[in-house]
Design a protein around this ligand. Structure first.
Ligand code: KIV
Ligand code: NA
Length: 263
């Protein structure tokens, strides 16, 4: 199958095909997700937390995002791949935003960028779109503004959130991600927009869903938000495998006859 394109992704809304999206940060995981037939993969700046071990998404750099987007891009045959613009690469004016986003598109096999912001980022969204760079807007809880918002909280300012989503669409965003907003409000925004909404902690009336891969797989260290559903418990699986290996090495059971060369 060929790559999912941005227009195809948009058309899933009208055809009622729910969109599944997950994050990936490297080749082997991206290949697995793509092989499983997911519509979209996000190289999220959540990488800052789940891969790099920082306690916010703020420290990850553009060069680091590009390095990981290259790995994901090399793995993917089918999914639409979207890359987060890390803080503060979309906040330095339209010209700098185009410079930064175009590096992502030129240096990786990824097709679109995502940036946090709605109404107050409309000029940047419009600038990127006019440069031929598709943009997914991210409204609601915006983790890059954690210090302003005072933590990771459900966002309830309906008037502002509706305005953000509509402004992003009018500026040319091909999709709007809704993070941590009440389900009825996410449903209302979804019905008001022509472009697909992708929800995380935003109920099941969005046009699609996204989760952080490590949360879904049970690989996250520490706090897992309430909106996550864990479909596997790989931390335990991995720990069990490593303990079994350690015990086999200690007892001389590994390597056994099948794992060694007799001559
Ligand atoms: O960086 C990320 O993983 C995200 C998701 C929370 C959607 O933006
Ligand atoms: Na993000």
């Amino acid at each position: 199958a060929s790559r999912v394109t941005v227009p195809e992704f948009v058309s899933f809304k009208a055809s009622g095909r729910k969109i599944s999206m997950l994050t990936a940060y490297d080749y082997s995981m991206a290949a697995l997700l793509d092989g499983a037939g997911i519509e979209a993969i996000l190289v999220g700046d959540s990488m800052s937390m789940v891969v790099q071990g920082h306690d916010t998404t703020l420290p990850v750099t553009l060069d680091q995002m590009i390095y990981h987007a290259e790995m994901v891009g090399r793995a993917v045959q089918h999914a639409l791949v979207i890359v987060d613009m890390p803080f503060p690469t979309n906040l330095l004016g339209v010209h700098r935003a185009i410079e930064n986003a175009s590096r992502i598109i030129k240096e990786t096999r990824c097709q679109a960028v995502k940036l946090e912001g709605g109404a107050e980022q409309a000029d940047v969204i419009a600038g990127l779109v006019s440069a031929g760079i598709p943009v997914m807007a991210h409204v609601g809880l915006r983790p890059q503004s954690v210090h302003t918002m005072g933590g990771y909280k459900v966002q309830r300012d309906a008037e502002r959130l509706i305005h953000d989503a509509l402004s992003a669409q009018e500026a040319g965003a091909f999709s709007v991600l809704l993070e941590c907003i009440p389900a009825p409000l996410a449903a209302e925004i979804t019905s008001k927009l022509r472009v697909p909404t992708i929800g995380i902690g935003a109920g099941n009336q969005c046009d699609g869903q996204v989760l952080v891969l490590h949360d879904l797989l049970g690989l996250t260290h520490g706090y897992v938000p309430r909106f996550v559903k864990q479909y596997a418990h790989l931390q335990q699986t991995i720990a069990d495998a490593v303990v079994a290996y350690r015990e086999d090495v200690r007892s001389g059971q590994f390597p056994g006859p099948e794992q060694q060369f007799d001559k």
